[in-house]
Design a protein around this ligand. Structure first.
Ligand code: 13P
Length: 251
């Protein structure tokens, strides 16, 4: 059985104080939720303080990106080892905003994913097509290329630390969610592709999250799909009550 995972990507929002306040509020709202793995991803500068606030709670910490080298003359970068040191258990890799604005490629996604795993982090590897790609019926080929490149060379053992997130770019921050059927269709495509590339046991065990305008109102329907194992939430994760409602989708 795949344990549902709900992750909040706070993107470039919240000061340290705001992030800690939100965590403290969230903690009490989700404390009884044992069935869902709950993860929040604040900005780098808030990680350490938020980590301290998660102590004794069922909330785990993620970064939003990492570099692939452990240390060295790489001004401005943060390594997986340092994310562990700051209290992270997870790291988001290859988010479409990083691909769009910061030159992330499938090759860098691959290097970062391997480095994160080696450092003992769980990698949330993002894939997803743009609106133009969907409209020109390239969705499946785009996803296939991203999965192929981003996860190249991973062993079955390494997959224990991999979570895939399908985030159609046209659904991010637009209020336009993929329908349950549209999402499920891509999720099963990803699972079958993983089975072909890495074997059935990898494909059966790996969790595939959906992201793109997930809200308390649509999470239940999405989570009811057989191949949707969780959600990566942006906007609706910034307020404790709406994020708690999403994590408590079982009601
Ligand atoms: P929204 O939930 O704001 O659409 O963002 C999704 C996302 O990018 C999460 O990583």
């Amino acid at each position: 059985m795949r344990k549902p995972l709900i992750a909040g990507n706070w993107k470039l929002f919240k000061t340290i104080g705001e992030a800690v306040d939100m965590l403290n509020e969230l903690k009490s709202l989700v404390s009884n939720n044992k069935e869902v793995e709950i993860v929040v991803a604040p900005v780098f500068t808030a990680l350490s303080s938020v980590s301290a606030a998660t102590a004794g709670s069922n909330i785990r910490l993620s970064a939003q990106d990492c570099y692939w080298e452990e240390e060295g003359a790489f001004t401005g970068e943060v390594s997986p080892k340092l994310l562990k040191d700051a209290g992270c258990s997870h790291v988001i890799i290859g988010h479409s905003e990083r691909r769009q604005y910061f030159g992330e490629t499938d090759l860098t996604v691959n290097k970062k994913t391997k480095a994160a795993i080696a450092a003992g982090l769980n990698a949330i590897v993002c894939v997803g097509e743009s609106l133009a790609e969907r409209e020109s019926e390239q969705t499946f080929s785009v996803i296939e290329t991203q999965i192929h490149g981003g996860l190249a060379g991973l062993s079955e053992k390494m997959f224990a630390q991999v979570i895939v997130a399908y985030e159609p770019v046209w659904a991010i921050g637009t209020g336009k969610t993929a329908s349950e059927d549209q999402a499920q269709e891509v999720h099963i495509f990803i699972r079958q592709l993983l089975a072909r590339l890495f074997g059935k046991s990898v494909a059966d065990a790996v969790r595939i999250l959906y992201g793109g305008s997930v809200k308390p109102e649509n999470v239940k329907g999405l989570m009811g799909q057989p191949d949707i194992d969780g959600a990566l939430v942006g906007g609706a994760s910034l307020k404790a009550d709406s994020f708690a409602a999403i994590t408590n989708f079982k009601g």
